[in-house]
Ligand binder design. Structure first.
Ligand SMILES: *[C@@H]1O[C@H](CO)[C@@H](O)[C@H](O)[C@H]1NC(C)=O
Ligand SMILES: *[C@@H]1O[C@H](CO)[C@@H](O)[C@H](O)[C@H]1NC(C)=O
Ligand SMILES: *[C@@H]1O[C@H](CO)[C@@H](O)[C@H](O)[C@H]1NC(C)=O
Ligand SMILES: *[C@@H]1O[C@H](CO)[C@@H](O)[C@H](O)[C@H]1NC(C)=O
Length: 358
């Protein structure tokens, strides 16, 4: 096994090296397939981007509430100077990190690379709580205070930090924003809580957003329902024991997931995912899942469940007493979606149980 691993590593490095030189000529590997790193570390995103023939840059951005976030940038090989195209920010979904935009098997299915090829200056933001964005100016990682956030804080603090940094760096007045799943929820929070940012986003492209849902929780597939239903109780237990980071040893989890997926084989794994989610959608490959996982606070899960629950798309429900202190009302206030003036394009599918066209 050790020999296998190192020989595949060697092949990968070889491919990386020829990738940079020969890929354009189509000799090492056809441009049709994405080249995946075989390691799961903090620098996977760099390996993924550089391995497929693009340049990589990253920056640390500080939010108003002191979080240190990692912001990635794809550098197109033909645009390395100061004019890199119109800026476009991609933000991923729950428990994911920026790799999620770059892990499809076909190179042309990776929106990060597609936008870069189309002439955009592509930025990928790692929101707070993901593997590369766990720093804080005052707090250390194991302090539970660091994990005391929901998607509200991500929308209200992380996005402005990303956007202001990009606009300042590129000398542009505005940018295009695209998101998948919970990433779109962050944007809706931002647009409704800090409407001045609507001017800084020329347009938003939503893929499978989680904002409102016309299905009751009970109508969801029973296993998903069970997961969503047990999550708040689980969160409660974790929080009481001072552990609100969701799966702290994510690096190992990813390695195990990838290993299990490879051992049981893609078909068995696919069957499992289909039974689990009951939607018959295209099931992503082993490395997609393993590479995309980025981590999150368990509070975020609690807040997501509110969307499917009676509370609707509202601010975080801290419970009666805390709500009264924080919001002045027993129930948390709804996000005012009318305040969002940025034009939005929605992409969703009819069989999606988690996204509603409303
Ligand atoms: C991002 O930048 C920091 C500081 O320059 C560096 O230490 C880190 O390794 C970079 N991240 C990646 C994924 O390359
Ligand atoms: C960080 O700590 C300093 C000094 O204790 C304090 O003044 C500041 O408000 C803190 N900043 C944040 C964002 O917590
Ligand atoms: C870069 O520009 C050259 C010359 O215009 C072109 O042949 C090549 O395909 C471009 N590379 C990429 C990755 O688009
Ligand atoms: C904008 O960039 C300049 C130069 O890079 C820097 O001095 C300044 O602090 C930045 N402003 C903000 C708001 O980040």
């Amino acid at each position: 096994m050790a020999i296998n691993m190192s020989s595949s590593n060697f092949l990968f490095v070889l491919c990386l090296v020829c990738g940079a030189i020969i890929i354009p000529a189509g000799l090492c590997q056809s441009r049709g397939k994405t080249i995946f790193p075989r390691t799961f570390g903090l620098n996977t995103i760099r390996l993924l981007i550089e391995g497929n023939g693009y340049g990589y840059e990253n920056y640390t951005v500080t939010t108003e509430d002191g979080y240190l976030l990692n912001l990635n940038r794809i550098v197109h090989p033909n645009r390395t100077g100061s004019h890199r195209g119109y800026p476009l920010l991609l933000v991923n979904g729950y428990f994911m990190q920026s790799e999620a935009w770059l892990v499809q098997q076909e190179l042309d299915s990776n929106l990060g690379f597609v936008f870069a090829d189309k002439g955009y200056d592509v930025w990928l933001g790692d929101q707070r709580g993901t593997e590369r964005s766990k720093g804080h100016i005052n707090k250390t990682i194991d302090e539970s205070k660091l994990w005391d956030f929901t998607y509200h804080e991500t929308g209200v603090y992380d996005f402005p930090a990303f956007i202001d940094f990009i606009l300042n760096k590129t000398n542009h007045e505005d940018l295009i924003f695209s998101c998948m799943s919970l990433g779109c929820t962050f944007h809706s929070v931002l647009g409704s809580k800090r409407p001045s940012y609507n001017q800084k986003i020329r347009a938003a492209i939503y893929f499978v957003p989680i904002i409102s849902n016309n299905r009751q929780l009970e109508e969801l597939n029973s296993l998903v329902y069970l997961m969503l239903r047990t999550a708040p109780a689980l969160t409660e237990i974790l929080e009481k024991s001072g552990l609100i980071e969701w799966h702290p040893n994510l690096g190992n989890l990813k390695k195990e997931l990838y290993h299990v997926c490879r051992v049981i084989g893609y078909n068995l794994y696919r069957l499992f995912v289909k039974i689990m989610f009951d939607t018959g959608f295209h099931v992503p490959h082993c490395n997609v899942v393993a590479l995309s996982l980025g981590g999150a606070s368990s509070r975020v899960a609690k807040h997501i469940i509110q969307v499917f629950d009676s509370a609707g798309f509202s601010e975080f429900d801290y419970g009666r007493e805390e709500n009264l202190k924080k919001y002045g009302t027993v129930l948390p206030p709804l996000y005012d979606l009318k305040k969002i003036t940025t034009p939005i394009a929605f992409y969703y599918s009819d069989i999606d149980q988690y996204t509603s066209p409303r």
